[in-house]
Write a new protein. Structure first.
Length: 58
């Protein structure tokens, strides 16, 4: 869940995060990392939650 929250932060404030890294990064690159992170870890969270519910229903 924390990875999804950090991904949303990457999407909403890429300018601020681009200035925090040691090497210069593009704002678009940080947005893409955020979108990929939210998509991947969001799907993982849904899968785990679904499995948790189906195991507890039996």
């Amino acid at each position: 869940m924390a990875f999804v929250i950090f991904g949303i932060w990457f999407i909403t404030e890429p300018e601020r995060l681009a200035s925090l890294v040691y090497r210069p990064r593009s704002v678009d690159f940080i947005k893409i990392i955020g979108i990929v992170g939210v998509a991947f870890f969001g799907i993982c969270c849904l899968y785990i939650f679904k499995n948790y519910l189906t195991k507890n229903m039996d």
